[in-house]
Design a binder for this molecule. Structure first.
Ligand SMILES: Cc1ncc(COP(=O)(O)O)c(C=O)c1O
Length: 307
């Protein structure tokens, strides 16, 4: 089948606009493993350069840690390469449940469900637990994956000014009549690196009978005294209803994510979250690597302290 010029020219014009706006994204090809020191080909086709990498989310330097790599090899040998199924048909191994239990223990929640990524966790969680009678009230600077997840959900939506607890309280008052109220924030914000005031948010949620969801992708593993995350840093460990997070940053940096929180919320996700039901979960090799990451983090806070 041909691709007519009339169609091609529409995309060419859009790409030219992206170039013109100065936001065309060119990828840098790394020829080494992910690390503080890497070898990069940029622009494409040029000679390799050795550079110091200041922009990965490899916060704890675990992306190429020898013990993590060894554990991943063992996972590959003992559990194979892929699952070839979604979780609820025949895509669950013992190590998937083991990882869910480890995350639950680490984050101080009641239960955890794995997703292929945190993007998928955020895409699935809202529609699984809310209906059109409910309201989502989000900080205006939440991550793109939360915005997309909220778009996929039939619940009503409102926002509060970035980090403004006064504005959040106004919105909680405004929506007092809704069946369920879910307040949504990043723990550490992905673009600016500032931190949500989770202690105040917990207080407000308790006062107005709302639930709190925190995306802690930029905090799990290294924020807080023992690296449990923003809830530990803000002294509200055990008080967050729903935490979503990624294994694609500090926790080895491969891929995968989860929803961790109240038992009923996690069970609703297992029954209804579409990226969980209709997509393969994390491959055994990665699950084995992440389990080793939790061994390393539970044994010592040395890496976090250095950071
Ligand atoms: C706050 C936040 N949430 C979610 C994600 C998505 O994580 P994943 O790579 O696991 O899909 C990111 C990644 O950039 C993020 O910064």
């Amino acid at each position: 089948m041909s691709f007519p010029e009339s169609i091609r020219s529409i995309y060419q014009a859009q790409l030219a606009e992206i170039h013109h706006a100065g936001i065309f994204k060119e990828e840098r090809f790394i020829h080494s493993s992910q690390s503080a020191d890497i070898e990069v080909e940029f622009p494409s086709g040029s000679e390799l350069k050795k550079v110091i990498n200041m922009c990965a989310n490899n916060y704890l330097g675990l992306s190429s840690h020898p013990e993590v790599i060894k554990a991943a090899h063992e996972g590959l040998e003992t559990r194979g390469y892929g699952m070839s199924s979604v979780r609820f048909i025949c895509g669950t191994q013992d190590i998937h449940r083991e990882l869910e239990n480890r995350v639950t223990e680490f984050l101080g929640t009641e239960d955890t469900i794995l997703f292929p990524s945190c993007m998928d966790a955020n895409a699935g969680v809202f529609e699984a637990i809310l209906t059109s009678e409910d309201i989502m009230i989000s900080d205006r600077l939440v991550h793109a994956s939360i915005i997309d997840g909220m778009r996929l959900c039939s619940a009503q939506h409102d926002t509060f000014k970035h980090l403004s607890m006064e504005h959040l309280e106004e919105k909680l008052q405004l929506h007092a009549d809704k069946r369920l109220k879910l307040v949504i924030t990043d723990g550490v914000f992905s673009m600016d690196g500032d931190t949500a005031m989770l202690d105040k948010m917990v207080e407000l949620c308790e006062k107005y009978g709302a639930m709190l969801l925190v995306d802690d992708s930029h905090a799990t593993g290294f924020i807080g005294k023992t690296g449990r995350g923003t809830h530990e840093y803000c002294n509200v460990f055990g008080k967050i209803d729903i935490i979503t997070t990624t294994f694609g940053k500090a926790l080895g940096g491969a891929s995968g994510g989860c929803v961790s929180g109240r038992n009923e919320i996690v069970e609703m996700c297992r029954q209804k979250a579409r990226p969980y039901l209709f997509s393969n979960t994390i491959a055994p090799v990665i699950v084995s690597g992440v389990l080793k990451v939790f061994d390393i983090l539970s044994g010592s806070t040395e890496r976090r302290d250095k950071l």
